[in-house]
Design a protein around this ligand. Structure first.
Ligand code: UD1
Length: 431
């Protein structure tokens, strides 16, 4: 298994291109199931999760063509590829366990398949490293639209032989995935659907904009009440994926933790407003530039800032581990509270092995800043926890070896290249 070796203590200076958002690309790829015409997606990041989704959709019968690297309209190379997806013939409506267990987002095929094909069978994703993460909200929502749901042999079967029917769906808690599944399903339902307490993440806005380009009738995009007027069929569209705010936030924190000065290319400041606000409070200058966002840390330690994760526009749970890494070396203390997922503090013991002072009490972690971390062999069991250890390693004295980096490859395209281009001493050790 590959590892990442980091010699800490190098200031990051330079620019980093930000790719298309993984969490937008995954539902957008599933949206191809809603039409027999070609859906063209630009800036699709090259990541293991995208490969998993590609395999899943191919076995459903989607023809997928990669068109090679492309650049953003402002001329910045952001990596990524253009992908053409065509679901002219659905070969199978079953999403098998082997693929779903690799990636929870596989459950996003459920809504589109049942909406277009009247039935779908999707393996239950099962437990997960960051809590139990059920899919009950997805299923209740589809039931409200008239689907018959059965659970059998570890699979969810959804059937709507006469089509879905628009309804009012009130989500008791905000769920990104359930909002996306229902948004897609409702585009082909008879009549109108209202999603109340819908998630407002930019990736949902991106999905809605693509669905509108495919011919869907959607109002209230970007608010917590989305109305979808069902149409008979959707058609071809060409869509550029929104930049990855979590990748951008991660590199912003990388700049901050190394006392660096980095320009994040291709991302707009409003996309990372909540993390930018925390960085600013910590004493890091975050400013909009012509090409993106500049993050410049002064010549002193950051100040401890309390952080609580919340649905968008609040502070994202997917940046909690990274921000905690920064707070381990802050002047003063920081209380970090995780409200979205239970059990999302797996990075804590590993950060402590590097010299951090963190005490967890339920959903909160009290981080007392130390002057410096020391390098150590570490590993983590999920994507964002793993990258938080990379950030800690960039700031630590001595060498850090991050094991099990296949988690990183699920969500960060060419992580070591992007960091190395800004002066980090980081290399992949094949194994
Ligand atoms: C998405 C993101 C993930 C991010 C998360 C929260 C993708 C592919 N993944 O995950 O990176 O961390 O949003 O911003 O976009 N819940 C239920 N029942 C359900 C669904 C969710 O109880 O049916 C709970 C979850 O256990 C969790 C909370 O709702 O506690 C939020 O989860 P959700 O927003 O659905 O996360 P995902 O869509 O899985």
């Amino acid at each position: 298994m590959d590892k990442l070796r980091i010699a800490g203590g190098k200031r990051l200076v330079g620019s980093i291109p930000i790719g298309g958002a993984k969490n937008a690309a995954l539902p957008l790829m599933c949206a191809s199931l809603l039409t027999d015409e070609v859906l063209t997606l630009r800036h699709v990041p090259r990541l293991a999760d995208i490969d998993t989704m590609t395999h899943l959709l191919q076995q459903h019968g989607v023809t997928i063509t990669l068109l090679g690297a492309n650049g953003r309209s402002n001329g910045q190379k952001n990596g990524g590829v253009t992908v053409k997806l065509q679901a002219d013939d659905i070969a199978s409506t079953t999403a098998p366990y082997d693929l779903v267990r690799k990636m929870r987002a596989s459950v996003l095929v459920l809504g589109p398949l049942v909406a277009r094909h009247g039935q779908a069978r999707v393996s239950l994703p099962g437990g997960c490293a960051i809590g139990t993460r059920p899919i009950d909200l997805h299923l209740k929502g589809l039931q409200a639209l008239g689907a018959e749901i059965e659970l059998e042999g570890g699979y969810v079967s959804a059937r709507a032989p006469h089509g879905l029917v628009g309804a009012r769906v009130v989500f008791p808690t905000v769920s990104v995935g359930a909002t996306e599944n229902l948004l897609m399903a409702a585009t082909l339902a008879r009549g109108s659907t209202v999603l109340v307490n819908a998630a407002r993440e930019p990736e949902i806005t991106d999905l809605a904009q693509c669905l509108v380009a495919m011919g869907a009738g959607i109002e209230g995009v970007g608010t917590d009440e989305i109305t979808i007027h069902g149409v008979e069929r959707l058609h071809a569209a060409d869509h550029a994926i929104v930049p990855d705010r979590i990748e951008a936030g991660t590199y912003a924190i990388a700049a901050a933790i190394t006392g660096g000065d980095v320009e994040l290319l291709g991302v707009d400041l409003p996309l990372i407003e909540a993390p930018a606000r925390v960085l600013a409070e910590a004493g890091v200058a975050v400013t909009a530039t012509e090409k993106g966002v500049r993050v410049a840390a002064g010549n002193r330690r950051p100040t401890g800032v309390d952080v609580m994760t919340e649905p968008f526009p609040g502070f994202p749970t997917d940046l909690q581990a990274q921000m905690m890494a920064l707070m381990t070396v802050a002047e003063g203390a920081a209380m970090i509270t995780e409200t979205i997922f239970e059990n999302r503090f797996m990075h804590v013991p590993e950060l402590c092995r590097m010299g951090a002072n963190i005490n967890v009490h339920g959903a909160s972690a009290m981080v007392r800043g130390v002057p410096a971390l020391t390098g150590a062999p570490v590993m983590a069991t999920d994507l964002r926890a793993s990258v938080s250890l990379v950030l800690a390693g960039l700031a630590a004295r001595g060498e850090t070896m991050v094991n099990r980096i296949y988690h990183l490859d699920r969500g960060y395209e060419r992580l070591e290249d992007k960091l190395a281009a800004c002066g980090a001493a980081v290399e992949r050790v094949r194994g």
